[in-house]
Write a protein that binds this ligand. Structure first.
Ligand code: NAD
Ligand code: DAU
Length: 410
């Protein structure tokens, strides 16, 4: 159900209250009928759309309001299957607009916020750090401030409220790659597969000091600090989680996995940064959404949880898996697309290895990945091949320009 963005009837109201008049109030839903009114920011993006879908379907007693600016990365088609649900509304707004955030939170009596809206692509942050500071830092601050003002104005104040901030493992910096051949992983989980090793002895834990390198991770680190500061200074109930690399359906094809699936399909070069030795820890996006649900409901306020896949891969190895899988599903002979691999200039400040230790979440709340990587990647490749119109729509127009700028002469 789309939100009506209507201007309030300003006949008898003061200038001050005009500010809060129901420009963003959801007219079709009687807010009092719902047990909770939850604002999910960035719900038209990759991870956000999976979180919105999960909450809308699982909690008909909650009203889910998806707030998104619909940047290049936001796409309402990601939610076409649930957009008519009675407990779902969408509002187009910019989190950095403090006045709008005040209106939306107040007029819709929001009691829980799951904050995913962000600029999320490292390569873009290298080109345009200011946009990242504006959205990720100032946007998060505006949202925090608007929530604080509203919740403090209520008789019950912060009771029953939660500001849950979704962050990244990149804030911790980079780990050493001390075992290039791979060593036995210290973790035993359902995520284990034949390929289950670690590329170093160290892992990111919740107490690992922040050491961001890219403008993206610096902006996320800054926003994490603001969230914690709002708890420590004002007593606002907050929570932060730091997750590893997600993969799955609806990811914008600027990120490694969807970009490479699309390029293999169209027989375009596969631009591997540096030597392809960098290591990432991959988690299927629906498992991240499940973790967010669990932590939103059962997580300890003011705490931090790391969320990871227990699933480290060197880029070049994952690229080979993608090539094999796409070729097999398209009926191409084995090795058909190997020659597309093209080594290009490395990403500036490229973090060598990310590896998350998410045993705290496993131990305290019983979460672990439900899918083995082999199954997750098969489902993912199939999804992109079966949903070519979705990919085509996204990769037309501006995307071509972006691709040219980012990869030409690299
Ligand atoms: P995404 O780029 O796919 O989606 C971001 C969404 O935020 C888009 O819908 C976009 O329109 C919206 N948005 C951007 N600026 C906005 C603004 N000013 N106001 C309102 N909406 C705005 O990102 P994603 O990969 O789904 O990541 C979601 C969150 O999870 C981010 O905070 C990211 O830092 C974090 N995260 C991502 C990963 C990953 O692997 N993708 C891993 C860990 C954490
Ligand atoms: O770790 C969590 C982070 O994972 C999230 O916070 C970010 O929002 C998300 O974008 C992701 O960041 P990465 O930089 O790790 O993801 P990306 O898909 O851009 O790149 C994955 C790896 O692949 C990285 O080592 C760079 C490399 N790469 C990427 C692209 C786009 C290439 O070799 N070639 C490419 O064309």
């Amino acid at each position: 159900m789309l939100l009506r963005q209507r201007l309030g009837n300003s006949g008898h109201i003061s200038i001050l209250s005009l500010h809060y008049q129901s420009r963003y109030q959801i007219s079709d839903n009687n807010m009092n009928n719902y047990k909770r009114n939850i604002l999910i920011t960035g719900g038209a993006g990759f991870i956000g759309s999976h979180v919105v879908r999960l909450f809308v379907k699982k909690y008909p007693e909650y009203h889910i309001i998806n707030l998104d600016k619909l940047t290049y990365a936001g796409n309402l088609a990601n939610l076409s299957d649930i957009e008519q649900a009675p407990n779902y509304s969408f509002v187009k707004a910019d989190i950095a607009d403090l006045d709008d955030m005040r209106c939306i939170i107040r007029d819709n009596n929001i009691d829980g916020i799951i904050h995913l809206a962000a600029e999320s692509h490292v390569d873009r942050s290298i080109r345009d750090p200011f946009t990242f500071a504006r959205t990720n830092v100032m946007g998060t601050l505006a949202l925090l401030q608007a929530a604080r003002e509203y919740w403090e104005s209520l008789p019950e104040k912060f009771e029953g409220k939660l500001f849950y901030h979704i962050s990244t493992d990149e804030v911790y910096g980079a780990l050493e790659l001390t075992a290039p051949q791979g060593i036995e992983s210290p973790f035993s989980t359902k995520a284990s597969s034949e390929h289950h090793h670690a590329y170093g002895e160290e892992f990111f834990v919740e107490s690992t000091p922040y050491n961001p390198h890219s403008p993206y991770s610096a902006s996320k680190a800054s926003s994490d600090h603001f969230v914690r500061a709002y708890h420590d200074t004002y007593g606002m109930p907050t929570l932060v989680t730091n997750c590893s690399n997600n993969y799955g359906p609806y990811q914008f094809p600027e990120k490694l996995i969807p970009l490479f699936i699309n390029n293999i399909r169209h027989r375009k070069p596969l631009p591997v940064y540096g030597k392809g030795e960098n290591v990432r820890d991959w988690l299927f996006v629906e498992d991240h959404a499940r973790a967010i649900d669990l932590i939103f409901h059962k997580g300890k306020v003011a705490d931090t949880y790391n969320i990871g896949g227990f699933n480290e891969w060197k880029n070049i190895d994952i690229i080979k898996v993608l090539i094999r899988t796409v070729d097999r599903l398209l009926g191409n002979p084995e090795g058909y697309s190997d020659s597309l691999i093209t080594y290009v200039t490395d990403r500036a400040g490229h973090d060598l290895r990310y590896a998350i230790d998410s045993r705290k979440l496993q131990k305290e709340l019983g979460w672990e990945p439900s899918l083995q990587f082999e199954e997750g990647i098969e489902r993912t490749v199939k999804w992109y091949l079966d949903n070519q119109p979705w990919v085509d729509r996204i990769t037309s127009g501006d995307y071509q320009k972006y691709y040219e700028e980012m990869y030409a002469n690299r």
